[in-house]
Design a protein around this ligand. Structure first.
Ligand code: FMN
Length: 197
């Protein structure tokens, strides 16, 4: 059983990464293998609408100069996919959107590679707006891919200032957000047991 988490934050080790790690630690306690990929230092190209994935049907995107094909393979091998993003101007980051476009189209072109995998989104915000909208964007991806979406005791949203000054994850003090992530892990573990045992 494997969980793959992807952070679309521009910052490595920031608030998004902290909240994703909180979920992954919960899953590890229940015996689930985990991996976190932070896209911060990588370029992720947008879909070019070439539709070669529908022509080739080889589980791959034709764009080869980034890591998307590696990540598609990792998603195929994972049972649980967790996507995380900070809110950037009232939505998720362009990097995570590009990631979802490319992986999502390849999945659909190949008879829904992600179908019935477990999916959970998390979003981290600082100001008043954008978190619910961002979480909806991630959940819409899961729904279009025919995945099974898991929730928590409240929406999977953390709060962090962005740590411009310290470069540390200040969401570490967001107790409600942390509890939400821990309960999300419990719910994913429960579903895994129901689904596979
Ligand atoms: C370009 C940019 C735009 C942002 N826009 C918003 C916003 O619209 N709403 C909000 O609540 N926070 C916004 N933020 C703040 C981040 O979402 C917040 O600081 C988050 O905790 C950063 O997560 P990170 O540490 O993973 O980068 C913005 C931050 C940046 C860099």
């Amino acid at each position: 059983m494997k969980a793959l988490a992807i952070s679309g934050s521009a910052k490595k080790g920031g608030n998004t990464s902290f909240m994703l790690k909180t979920v992954l630690e919960g899953l590890e306690k229940d015996g689930i293998q985990t991996e976190l990929i932070e896209l911060a230092d990588e370029e992720v190209k947008s879909c070019t609408a070439c539709y070669n994935c529908f022509k080739n049907k080889n589980n791959k995107c034709i764009i080869k100069d980034d890591n998307i094909n590696l990540y598609i393979q990792k998603m195929i091998e994972a049972d649980i996919i967790i996507l995380g993003s900070p809110v950037y101007l009232v939505d998720i980051t362009p990097k995570l959107i590009a990631f979802m476009e490319r992986c999502g189209m390849v999945s659909i072109a190949n008879k829904y590679l992600l179908k019935r995998k477990i999916g959970a989104g998390i979003v981290v915000r600082y100001r008043r707006a954008g978190a619910i909208h961002g979480l909806d964007s991630i959940n819409h991806f899961f729904l279009v891919e025919q995945m099974i979406v898991v929730g928590s005791n409240y929406l999977n949203i953390g709060i962090g200032r962005g740590s411009e000054a310290t470069n540390l994850a200040d969401s570490e003090v967001d107790e409600e957000g942390i509890k939400t992530m821990i309960d999300l892990a419990h719910n994913i573990s429960w579903l895994v047991k129901e689904k596979y045992q």
